[in-house]
Every structure is written in structure tokens, then in C-alpha cells.
Design a protein around this ligand. Structure first.
Ligand code: ZN
Length: 214
């Protein structure tokens, strides 16, 4: 089982992975496709930055009791990603850094009681604020892979991958996902709806790809 302590550490680790992934990107490679359909690497980083800002709203909500939703609307969320992806490379990286640091600071401010405060996710789920570091972990770890600069699911912590599989199976619904076999990292890649290898159904036939998750 994941704890607040673990997920806070994973959020830092995943942020470092994203930081490393974008560190050497010039304008052209930043504008190149990511592993997510239709998204360049800039789209991915803009999304990760906007996510930090959105999750900081939830930290504010937990700390003050004032309802501050993650995003104004789904349209606004997409518009911000789109406009962020038009920014020069250095700006996108700067936005990523600033948003990540502000979120880290906001997460360092919460008292034990405030971590238990209930907040609402963009999907309309009511969760304790202590779920936020996990929500952030998923984003930074999985999108570090999506950036396609060499980080793979096999590079992510084993215990994180286990938690992620449970989470995805719970969200997708057990009956919508075929029973598959493969290595833990390959199965996680498959469940996340990312380009995968080495995953087959129990009878050895290829598994039907799933839509990208997150
Ligand atoms: Zn995402």
C-alpha cells in the first residue's frame, strides 16, 4: 500500500525524470512527436505544468477550505495545453520548473489534518487531499516516458508500477481489460494504453490495444 510519505517521494522522483527528459531538448526536438497521439513533447510538458497548477488549487482548497477546482472547464484545460505548446522551448521548461516548485511548496505546507480534507478531482471524484501526491506521481512518471527521450516503464520504481496497475485496473474496470501476460513493466505499459511489446492474451494471441490513460 502506498503512503503519503511514499507518494511525496515518488512525486519528487518523477519530477526529476521529467526534468532530465527535457534538459537537452532544443526547439526542434521539443516540437517533435511524443508517444501520445497528436501531441508534441511541448504539449506533454505544457500539460504537466498545467497539472501542477491545477493540483496546487486542490492544495489551496485543503488548506483554506475554500473550494478551488483543478480547472475552470475541460475546454480551458485543453486550450492551456494548446497555447502552452506554442511557447518557445525555454519558456515551456521554465513553466514546468516554476509550476513544479510551487506545487512542491504547497504540498510542504499542509498539516496532517489538512491532508485529510476532502477535495474534488477534475473527474468529479471526492478524495482526501492526501491523494494529490499520488495524482501528481502518476502524471510525472508516466509522462516522463511519454516524452520519448529514453525513459521507459522498466526504469520506473517497481512498487510504483504495482500501484499504477491497481489504479488503472480500478479506473478502467476489470471487465473492460483482457487478462494478459508479460513482464510487470510491459503489462503496466499495456494497461496505460502506451505502445507496448511482449504482452499477449492468455492463449498467446495479441491483446487489443487500449486507449491512452491519463
Ligand atoms: Zn496527464
Amino acid at each position: 500500500m502506498r503512503t503519503l510519505e511514499t507518494t511525496l517521494a515518488w512525486a519528487v522522483e518523477g519530477t526529476d525524470l521529467c526534468r532530465k527528459a527535457v534538459a537537452d531538448l532544443d526547439e526542434a526536438s521539443y516540437n517533435a512527436p511524443s508517444l501520445l497521439p497528436g501531441w508534441t513533447r511541448k504539449h506533454v510538458v505544457a500539460h504537466v505544468a498545467a497539472n501542477a497548477r491545477a493540483l496546487r488549487n486542490l492544495m489551496h482548497w485543503a488548506r483554506t477550505g475554500e473550494p478551488t477546482p483543478m480547472y475552470n472547464s475541460p475546454e480551458q484545460r485543453l486550450a492551456d495545453i494548446k497555447s502552452g505548446a506554442q511557447l518557445p522551448a525555454a519558456w515551456v521548461t521554465a513553466w514546468f520548473e516554476e509550476s513544479a516548485q510551487l506545487l512542491a511548496y504547497a504540498m510542504s505546507e499542509l498539516t496532517e489534518e489538512q491532508w485529510r480534507a476532502e477535495v474534488l478531482t477534475a473527474q468529479g471524484r471526492t478524495v482526501p487531499a492526501s491523494e494529490v501526491p499520488w495524482m501528481r506521481t502518476r502524471e510525472v512518471m508516466v509522462h516522463a516516458v511519454d516524452l520519448d527521450t529514453g525513459i521507459r516503464f522498466t526504469d520506473l520504481p517497481e512498487t510504483f508500477l504495482t500501484e499504477l496497475r491497481h489504479d488503472i485496473l480500478g479506473k478502467r474496470g476489470l471487465d473492460t481489460v483482457p487478462a494478459v501476460q508479460g513482464s510487470a513493466a510491459d503489462i503496466t505499459t499495456y494497461l496505460a494504453g502506451r505502445p507496448y511489446t511482449g504482452v499477449t492474451q492468455r492463449d498467446g494471441s495479441p491483446a487489443e490495444p487500449l486507449t491512452p490513460w491519463l
